[in-house]
Structures are given as C-alpha cells and as structure tokens.
Design a protein around this ligand. Sequence first.
Ligand code: SDX
Length: 394
Amino acid sequence: QAGVFTYDPGFTSTASCDSAITYIDGGEGVLLHRGYTIGDLAEKSHFLEVCFLLLYGELPTAAQMEKFEGLVTRHTMVHEQMLKFFTGFRRDAHPMAIMVGVVGAMSAFYHDSIDINDAHQREVATIRLIAKMPTIAAMAYKYTIGQPFVYPRNDLDYASNFLNMCFSVPAEKYEVNPILSRAMDRIFTLHADHEQNASTSTVRLASSSGANPFACIAAGIACLWGPAHGGANQACLEMLREIGTVDRIPEFIARAKDKNDPFRLMGFGHRVYKNFDPRAKVMKQSADEVLELLGIENNPTLQVAKELEKQALQDPYFADKKLFPNVDFYSGIILEAMGFPTSMFTPIFALSRTVGWISQWKEMIEDPAMKIGRPRQLYTGATERDYVNVEDRG
Ligand code: SDX
C-alpha cells in the first residue's frame, strides 16, 4: 500500500509508490531483491542474472539466462555517430557530465522507433540501456584520459568487457584479471537497485509523464551525481585521502560532529538504514579479499577506513544517531585498487543502477497502480494580496 499520510489541514498526498522489486528494512539492515538477500545474490549470483531477476521477478533458467546474456552481448556497441557527442566535451569534463549528455542523446537514436506502451519496444529499450551503459561509461573514461575508444568484445562477460574497454590499449596485450572481474561484477550487483532512492524516484517521476526512457535514465544519472547520493563514493575516497593517516581521524570525527562545520563523514549515514547497510558489509569483505589478492592489503586508505569506522562506531554521536557505513564507504577503495580514478566511481554506480532504474520504469508502465503520485506541498508563503504599482512601493 503506497504510503499515505495526512497533514493537519486535512491535506493528503501519496508519500511514495508501490513496488514489488526491492525491500529494505532500515532498522534491521535488510535488503531483498524480489525476496533474495543481497548477501546471497552477491555471493552466489552474478550481475546479469540479478538484472534478469529485477526485470522479470524470478531467477532465470539456464536457457533463459543464455538468451538474455546473448541479447545484452549483441547490443553492447553504440551507434558510430554517437562518437561525435564525446568529442564535443572538454577533455577535463567529469565523466558524469558526459554520461548525462550521451545517454540523453540516445533518445535521438532510438526514440523515433520506441512506443513505450508496446511491450516489445520496452524490451528493446531495456536491453539497449543495460547493454550500452558500460560502453558509454568506458568511452567517457577513455575520452577524458585522451586514449582511443576500445570497442566491446562478445567473447568477454559483462564485467570483463567493461574492464577491457577501460584499461586495454591498442599498443599492448591486455588480459582481464579474473579477481578484478569478479570484484567488478559484485560491485555492479551491490549497486543494482535500492527501492525509492533519490535517483530512482527521479526516473519514476520523469517516466510518469510518458517521457522517453533514455531521457528518463539521463535524469536519474544527473540526480545520482550529487555528493549526498551517488557522488558519495568519490567524495568518500577523497575524504580518506585527505585524512591520510590514522592519527588524524579524531580531528575529522570532531568536524563531522560540529554543527557549525558543513563537513560530513562521506560514506556514513543513510536516509533509510539505521543499522549497517548490508551492502557495506559485503563491500568491506570484498575490499579485504581484492587488496589481499593484489598484494596491497596494507593499502593506507583501507587502514584509515577501517580505523575511522571503528572510532566512529565507538562514538556516542554516531551511535545515538544510528549512523553506520553505507554502500559508498568501501567501494572507492576497491575501485581505486582496480586502477580507476575517483571521477569514474559515480559513473560505475550509474552503470550498475541502470537496471534498477529501468526495472522500476518497466514496473510503473506495466502496472498503473505502481505509478508515483504527483508530489504535493504544504504552502507556507504569503496569503492572497492586492498588486501594488511600483510607484507606490516603499
Ligand atoms: C546513497 O537512498 C538510497 O538508498 C541511496 C543509496 C542508494 O543505493 O541509492 O543508498 C546510495 O546515496 C548512500 C548515501 C551516500 N551519501 C553519503 O555517504 C553522504 C554522507 N551521508 C550524509 O550526507 C547523510 O547521512 C545522508 C544524506 C545520506 C542522510 O542524511 P539525513 O537523512 O540527514 O541523515 P539522518 O536523518 O540519518 O541524520 C541524522 C543526523 C542529522 O543530525 P541532526 O540533524 O539529528 O543533529 O545525523 C547527522 C545529520 O546531520 N548526519 C551526519 C552524517 N549523516 C547524517 N553527521 C555526520 N556525518 C554524516 N555522514
């Protein structure tokens, strides 16, 4: 039942929307996708299987998975004419600025043929978005570092393909490290969907007008970019680097508690979780595994993160306000170890969250009961008054 609450003056509004895709219990730190725990999915499943689950509601049979993976694989290239969109940006443009622009521009390549009320056409848009987002994110990265674009390869799995498009160069042979590929796939899964977060609500609201799905996803990317939301992974690693050593942690904890200081502990706190974000637990374990396998378990940033988490959780301020590490606290450490610059952290979040956005877009169109209500407001401005000519104003 969509949340309905009543303000004093008898004003009612739908507070949110119905959805059958993701369930969060913020008090208990529970996250389920179609009834499966995020811990089970991160450990036993893989990202494209999670995509199928979010989109269609059930885990796929082997035959269904093979068909779905084949469809996604065959749509990973972008229209050659889209390359021109990238060269219109300055080289130092943030990759998120490029992704907002290029994904919105996809409307011009596919909108004319997509009738969102036609189930097959929705499927076409869905597959294209999931398939092409890694390619677009990788192209945005390559463009900002002045390297040639690397085309997708059909012989690689989804995560390996993305790593290859980001890190291979024509000048030398590049082998995708299976440890990094598994960690990349798990990061995609951990970011896939998260109920009615700000960017998903943005996509739902944009979609409720019947707008083109590519334009709606571009709106979601724009919202995710904010440092309070998807931009927190970049802000968190930059914060950990600024702290630098464990002896400086008390200084930053004091700043985070000081109401006169706008500084917040990035990667800490959550609008819904008042317990550990279950994704953060998996991410922390993955960070340990990946850095150990890469032989950099003594990475100073990881040491600072672990000590910061320990000291913050022992501090009454954070305990009283139920502030725990969220999905963004450890993700940047893994991504940095993989070789990504901080500017690529949020594009990777956007790439992963595309399936959540498009699953909820699909759900809303296929079941009008799931439509998000038009938000209302509680008016606090001036009451009605007469116009005053400029010569009579004070
Ligand atoms: C994501 O919605 C989603 O599901 C988002 C997401 C997803 O998957 O889509 O989970 C991804 O966006 C995770 C959040 C990433 N953002 C950050 O890590 C940025 C740092 N966190 C904060 O900005 C903050 O915690 C928010 C924005 C996430 C939540 O802000 P709220 O709603 O104000 O948090 P709250 O109500 O729990 O805060 C309670 C108190 C407040 O102080 P008081 O007004 O009670 O005195 O705790 C304070 C807050 O000021 N507080 C913090 C803090 N977070 C909240 N104080 C210091 N450091 C922090 N990080």
